[in-house]
Design a protein around this ligand. Structure first.
Ligand code: FMN
Length: 323
């Protein structure tokens, strides 16, 4: 890519300490999974949502993650000889938001059991790593905890992804098409050609990418417009509720709400309770109007009856997959 391309795609730049939120958004371009790291010491349990988890070494088997020094659970992690990393599966967003908030009853109503070391192992996750605490290093406003993995378990579940400050799924790269086309060119039939899912996925990717520019024209980032849409449906929500409903991280939700408050699209009623303003509703209406016009333009070349049949088929598929 030429530097002119870079200039055209530049969203923001600067020094980390001048704008911490912007710095965090840039860090959010590095996609990660999401884990809940747990420990127990005495009769106390700790659990923290973390995306700083990463592998360090295979032999010896070492992993690391970092914990904010102001986290309430730091004393438990310091006292405990072990910790467990619970890698969240795709449908555990609510659990992620729950453990991303300081509270005493994080484990209440959550399915878990003790691992061999005593650290809580959460149910329905994608993987567990039971670790012995090997080392701790200072890392600015975080402590870096290194663990030696005693045991692991991997489950057949989709994983939860965190990128651009919001939750997502891991899907195959569309470049997989290259392999598909090669097979087609050699004359070998390939089943992917008949499957609905890759067809829908390709269409979705192309359309949503193209719509992005229209949303930007309304002066909102995708995270802000998601929060705004949630506010329209659930006025009077807390940041935590908005984070859960809109599938964006807690820090991203705070960031988006701050922007919406400062440009008058949202208002804080009593402290902590956020409402959408009339201006916010108007902006949302602008996006919906653009989406309608965009869809109509994209569908213009397709016979109306086909479009109606597609709508019915997709709605039926949506219902069938919920059953
Ligand atoms: C997706 C996501 C990833 C996070 N990653 C980390 C992390 O790696 N380290 C950290 O200290 N906090 C991280 N947090 C924030 C903590 O989960 C949050 O501060 C939590 O409230 C700490 O709990 P405690 O105060 O009860 O210890 C993350 C939050 C989210 C939503």
């Amino acid at each position: 890519m030429s530097s002119r391309d870079d200039a055209a795609h530049l969203v923001e730049e600067g020094k980390p300490l001048d704008d911490q939120r912007a710095f965090r958004r840039a860090l959010g371009q590095f996609a990660t999974g999401v884990a809940i790291v747990t420990a127990s010491a005495g009769d106390q349990l700790a659990g923290v949502t973390a995306n700083s988890f990463t592998s360090v070494s295979l032999d010896p088997p070492l992993v690391l993650w970092s914990l904010e020094t102001k986290a309430q659970s730091l004393p438990v992690f310091r006292e405990a000889s072990h910790f467990a990393v619970n890698v969240l599966s795709a449908d555990q967003v609510a659990l992620s938001t729950r453990f991303a908030r300081s509270s005493l009853d994080k484990f209440h109503g959550v399915g878990w059991r003790r691992g061999e070391s005593g650290a809580p192992l959460i149910e329905d996750v994608a993987a567990h790593f039971e670790c012995r605490r090997e080392a701790e290093y200072e890392g600015g406003d975080h402590v870096i905890l290194i663990g030696r993995v005693d045991r692991f378990a991997r489950f057949d579940r989709e994983v939860l992804v965190f990128a651009h400050g919001r939750y997502g799924l891991s899907v195959d790269h569309p470049a997989i098409d290259v392999a598909r086309r090669t097979l087609v060119e050699t004359g070998d039939p390939h089943p992917l050609d008949d499957f609905l899912l890759p067809l829908m996925f390709r269409a979705y990717e192309q359309l949503s990418g193209a719509f992005e520019r229209h949303r930007e024209a309304e002066g909102l980032t995708i995270n802000q417009s998601r929060i705004l849409a949630c506010l329209a449906a659930h006025p009077g929500s807390s940041i935590e509720t908005l984070s859960r409903l809109s599938y964006v991280g807690q820090a991203t939700a705070e960031d988006a709400v701050a922007a919406l408050l400062s440009n008058g699209l949202a208002a804080m009623r009593p402290p902590g309770v956020i409402d959408i303003t009339a201006e916010g509703r108007a902006r949302l209406h602008g996006i919906v109007t653009r989406a309608r016009a965009f869809e109509a333009k994209k569908l213009a070349g397709i016979p109306k009856a086909d479009v109606e049949a597609l709508r019915r088929a997709l709605a039926a598929l949506g219902r069938a997959s919920r059953e």
